[in-house]
Design a protein around this ligand. Structure first.
Ligand SMILES: Nc1ncnc2c1ncn2[C@@H]1O[C@H](COP(=O)(O)OP(=O)(O)OP(=O)(O)O)[C@@H](O)[C@H]1O
Ligand SMILES: [Mg+2]
Length: 336
């Protein structure tokens, strides 16, 4: 029962002199000693640190002790999807690559995944082998036509357990047309709602802007993942993205969380990449994922092949990084 429920004798007008004396408030248990360095995340329940042969914690690429994220447990029932927007208004930072490969890795771990291409460039759809002009129905039709349902638009992605809502250049018209709609920022949330019961995770690949389509994605989402290229100029503009996320949280979607900031195209051999990573951890603390995605040409090759790196080059370091990211993400969602 909620605290607001009335119990006998405590309702309005009860004689307060007849009530039993108040008990002293319970003493909370002492807080665990987290030490001075809160960025060391050994205290989080799902994180077991990797230890070297000498027993010392292994320092990961973000400069923090690297936790060992457990193998996710299999799911026997599906549904109640967590919706996550892949968002950064800077172009070419790895949003689409992360959507495809995180989605495919989550599907490998038995999660039912839907990818939503929410970029008129349609890169996600092309990256999964679709031809922009051969699409029958796209997200545009779902947004703008009342008789089109999510089932009409969803197609198999070619990866077992992962489906796709494709897009093409038609979606750019939606941005203009939605301006005249009632509750225009909630349109994607409304049309996507019936799909949540069929999936465990829905990843929305945003376009590189903070316009109405991206605000729709943030309004429909439970969480945001911010891919960020490990390059100095990538740090500029992050404050504006944070302000946009805060505004959406205040005005449209109070439950919106930042699931994590992901360093992409990391090159550990260069001082530059490591410095950018240090700055990122200073600014965002434990929001930064321990997993980073290194720079490798395998990603462009797999895009040309129209499939995720997890199947194109299954044992490559890039595929392993996205598997590690999916374990870390599931641990953060407490879906391990
Ligand atoms: N870790 C990586 N190493 C090397 N190349 C990468 C990596 N991640 C992505 N790329 C390549 O960088 C380019 C841009 O990546 P991607 O399309 O994922 O970025 P995006 O943020 O979705 O771009 P846009 O803002 O245009 O939608 C692509 O050619 C992709 O193959
Ligand atoms: Mg993209």
């Amino acid at each position: 029962m909620s605290d607001g429920g009335m119990s006998p004798g405590t309702g309005v007008g009860a004689d307060v002199t007849q009530l039993p004396p108040l008990l002293p408030p319970p003493v909370p248990p002492p807080a665990p000693d987290l030490g001075d360095d809160l960025s060391v995340s050994e205290s989080l329940p799902f994180e077991r640190p990797v230890r070297s042969d000498a027993g010392a914690p292994v320092i990961g690429p973000t400069g923090r002790p690297m936790p060992d994220f457990p193998e996710p447990r299999p799911l026997s029932v599906h549904g109640g999807a967590r919706v996550v927007a892949m968002c950064n208004q800077k172009g070419g930072v790895g949003k689409t690559t992360t959507t495809i490969n995180l989605g495919a890795s989550l599907a490998e771990y038995g999660r039912k995944v839907l990818l939503v291409d929410f970029d008129p460039q349609g890169s996600l759809s092309v990256g999964l082998g679709m031809h922009p002009h051969e699409m029958d129905l796209t997200v545009y039709n779902l947004l703008m036509e009342r008789d089109v349902t999510h089932e009409d638009v969803i197609v198999p992605s070619g990866v077992p357990g992962m489906d796709l809502m494709p897009s093409n250049i038609d979606l750019s018209a939606a941005e203009v047309q939605l301006v005249h709609e009632v509750a225009r920022e909630q349109t994607l949330q409304r049309v996507l709602a019936p799909a949540l019961a069929h999936y465990d995770v829905i990843l929305i690949d945003c376009q590189p802007s903070l316009g109405l389509l991206t605000v729709n994605a943030l309004t429909a989402a439970h969480g945001v993942i911010v891919p960020l290229e490990c390059e100095y100029f990538a740090l500029r503009g992050v404050a504006l993205l944070k302000t946009t996320i805060d505004k959406v949280r205040e005005r449209l979607n109070p439950g919106l969380e930042i699931d994590g900031v992901l360093g992409t195209m990391f090159d550990g051999r260069t001082l530059h990449s490591r410095e950018v990573m240090d700055r990122l951890v200073q600014a965002w603390g434990d929001t930064v994922f321990h997993t980073v995605i290194r720079r490798t040409v395998k990603f462009s090759d797999s895009t040309v092949a129209g499939e995720p790196i997890t199947s194109y080059a299954s044992s490559s370091a890039g595929a392993e990084s996205y598997r590690a990211l999916s374990r870390e993400v599931l641990a953060r969602w407490l879906d391990g």
